[in-house]
Design a protein around this ligand. Structure first.
Ligand code: ME8
Length: 582
């Protein structure tokens, strides 16, 4: 992954028919961390999260609760915002798809694609799952035995009956049968374009096995898809036929564009946009496994249509040009679903791990730590609540806080008015710290790798020097693992130098050890800041680095890492991370 000058990351827009659950929390956390990391690395950055309000699910939910739809959506939007604000997420835009700026933009896009001939009308009959807000074919469904609750693949051998019914595998509901006049988007026109786009951009879908899956799906042949419904008048109406409204995906996906161009450049009174923003296109869309195809296939094709990225060859086929990439998202990062305590998550379990109350019961950092450290983003994972607490106690309460506390207690013992003056770090420690910084942030050139390998070898280290920075390749688990390896080494350094013994008769050795520990904690704290900003700022403040809350927005991370600081510990601290009893 190359160095970027700017960074625009998005979460999926969550359906406004319920409050955020841990699945939503997971994607917002990933986006929030990557946003903060890129911002402090000196890139102009943007992080957007939205609510998907123009959906049938929300209309049904509002009816069930006997509320006016807008009142219902207002309550939901406030509820979503409360969760993200509770966790201090630094989203730069939180917009709702019912907002006028989005309606205006979507209509503008639709009109353009229609005039170009990429949208056409057709009467068709199909199945529609409200849960997925998607059209379904038999291949997408399974049989459900209503008596036993078992599901199994549809085969000609089994006959449908009152007890054996076809359902959506995710929602276990029978899809609605729909026969209506709809508008369709000519996805099939972009078949070759998408194939060529995939061949030229192999990091477009991450992880790579997902890229291969989507590519194989594309190669099986793309079909046009419906983009409108004639039933619901609440959604965005088609500018060229106001008897129809936009079907959810065409509306939902363009949120990423609206937020980018219409947050700053929308002239409300004249309903004008300036369509260019320096932050477009998105660098990263973070999405769950169920919505990959919409993002990885529909979305680039819709953008190709809107931005006129089509060059018809002499063969009459539309071909991808290398320059098209300047208008298209760079990467779709996908994750799998996870279970809680080994069980598939259900509405009742969502309530068990409801992000705010769970964090109030334990700690805000517990969810983030465990979700990112227990399994890589792209693996299926299980949220095991007792493992989560064990991990929190081991890594944050013991490894990190105990060490900080040792430095605090010993510094106070030495002399309350005493300042830890900068001094040069032992060579092996500078080598391992520069390994940490490089492994997270850099793509090293060959010479730098050789140099770092040499200094690590001299320091007696056996760790390999990675070529890609783990933060730049979005591997948050590897990043945290690296940081915690450094904390283990730091604890080992403390055990080796034993400042609690040397304090009795060797002030020089004690000061050297305490300075080294404080400096090492500062560096680890800078790397942990994107993950646990509130706690790391607290730690900086207590180490006499109050100004870091401003520095972290003005300075580049690398410049802060290279600084030499003085530390001064004036008083005992409340634990940064309190142990949790299981
Ligand atoms: O799909 N584990 O919204 P949504 C992990 N509005 N992730 C999960 C999960 C689980 N058990 N359950 C759900 C939508 N998610 C659309 C998006 S974007 C233009 C429109 C994830 O509220 C799911 O994979 O149903 C999805 O990516 C996200 O939560 C939002 O789901």
């Amino acid at each position: 992954m190359s160095e970027k000058k700017k960074f625009y990351v998005t979460t999926p827009i969550y359906y406004g028919n319920g409050l955020p659950h841990v699945g939503h929390f997971y994607s917002s956390t990933i986006a929030d961390i990557l946003y903060r990391y890129n911002k402090i690395s000196g890139r102009e950055s943007r992080f957007t999260t939205w609510i998907d309000e123009n959906s049938q699910k929300a209309v049904i939910k509002a009816q069930e609760e006997g509320k006016n739809i807008m009142d219902y959506l207002d309550d939901m939007a406030a509820g979503h915002k409360k969760v993200w604000d509770h966790f201090g997420m630094e989203y730069t835009d939180f917009i709702r798809t019912t907002e006028p700026r989005h309606h205006v933009l979507v209509q503008k896009v639709l009109q353009h694609c229609f005039e170009k001939g990429d949208i056409y009308q057709w009467v068709y009959e199909w199945m529609y799952c409200v849960g997925c807000e998607a059209f379904k074919k038999d291949d997408d469904l399974v049989f459900l035995n209503k008596t036993s609750g078992e599901t199994f693949p549809i085969t000609p051998k089994v006959i449908e009956s009152d007890n054996i019914i076809k359902v959506c595998p995710d929602h276990l509901e029978t899809p609605d049968n729909i026969k209506e006049k709809n508008y369709f988007f000519k996805l099939s026109k972009y078949q070759t374009w998408i194939e060529e786009f995939y061949a030229a951009n192999q990091d477009f879908v991450m992880p790579h096995f997902r890229y291969n899956e989507v590519k194989a799906f594309v190669e099986r042949g793309l079909e046009d898809f419906s983009i409108s419904r004639e039933t619901n008048t609440f959604w965005i109406s088609l500018p060229f036929d106001n008897t129809q409204v936009t079907y959810v995906w065409f509306d939902a996906l363009f949120n990423y564009y609206t937020s980018c161009v219409a947050s700053r450049w929308w002239d409300k009174d004249n309903e004008n946009f300036i369509d260019e923003s320096t932050l477009w296109p998105a660098n990263l869309h973070v999405v769950g496994k169920d919505i990959i195809r919409f993002h990885a296939i529909f979305w680039p094709a819709m953008l190709a249509s809107y931005f006129d990225l089509w060059e018809q060859g002499s063969d009459g086929i539309i071909h991808y040009q290398d320059s098209d990439i300047s208008k298209l998202p760079e990467t779709i990062l996908t994750w799998w679903f996870f279970t809680v305590d080994g069980q598939k998550m259900s509405k009742s379990l969502w309530n068990v791990i409801e992000p705010i109350s769970y964090s109030e019961q334990y700690s805000k950092e517990l969810l983030t730590l465990y979700m990112l450290c227990a399994f890589p983003i792209w693996n299926d994972g299980n949220y095991d609540r007792s493992d989560a607490i064990k991990m929190y106690n081991a890594k944050l309460a013991n490894n990190l806080w105990n060490l900080v506390n040792r430095v605090v207690v010993l510094s106070l013992k030495l002399d309350q008015a005493w300042v830890l003056e900068p001094q040069s770090l032992p060579e092996e420690i500078s080598a391992t710290l520069s390994y940490l910084n490089h492994s997270l942030s850099y793509s090293l050139n060959q010479d730098q790798i050789i140099e770092l390998q040499k200094s690590l070898k001299e320091a007696g280290e056996t760790i390999d020097v990675p070529v890609k920075g783990t933060m730049l390749s979005y591997d948050l688990k590897a990043s945290l693992d690296n940081i915690f390896v450094m904390l283990d080494k730091l604890n080992k350094y403390a055990d080796d130098t034993q400042p609690w013994i040397t304090i009795k008769d060797d002030q020089v050795a004690t000061k050297e050890a305490l300075y080294t520990l404080a400096e090492w904690l500062r560096q680890v704290g800078l790397q942990l800041y994107p993950f646990f900003p509130e706690k790391m700022l607290e730690m900086f403040e207590k180490l006499w680095l109050e100004e870091y809350k401003f520095h972290l927005n003005r300075w580049k991370l690398q410049e802060l890492i290279a600084k030499q600081e003085m530390f001064h510990i004036k008083e005992k601290w409340e634990p940064l991370f309190k142990r949790i009893d299981i």
